[in-house]
Design a protein. Sequence first.
Length: 136
Amino acid sequence: MTGLSALWLPILLSSVIVFLVSSLIHMVLPWHKSDYPKLPNEDKVMDALRPLAIPPGDYYMPRPASTQDMRSPEFTEKMRKGPVVMMTVFPNGPSSMGRNLVMWFLYSIVVGVLAGYVAGRCRRAPCTCRCSASSG
């Protein structure tokens, strides 16, 4: 059994490597470039939403009040007419990547600690081969 204190360097090193590789993949490779296409008539939509002063959060519309409401003809008509939208509203102003990057790095460390804990708690299986390693 290996204690976590003996694994601090591999945990930290793996967290740094995961952070750097994931950052490179995100910035250099265009995998996520088409994840969020530009909304047609973006300016008109923003102008229509701005006066509503929607607080930051996740929203779904149309959203039924209950499961019974989901079966109502009014809700069915709303779904049919559309648009059906799932949206996340962020606070106004420029976004800061610094906090998100720090949180991602800390998450990588937590995953490393958990993996190190599990690996450290595992027992090595005894050698069953007839080699010189088993004669010691």
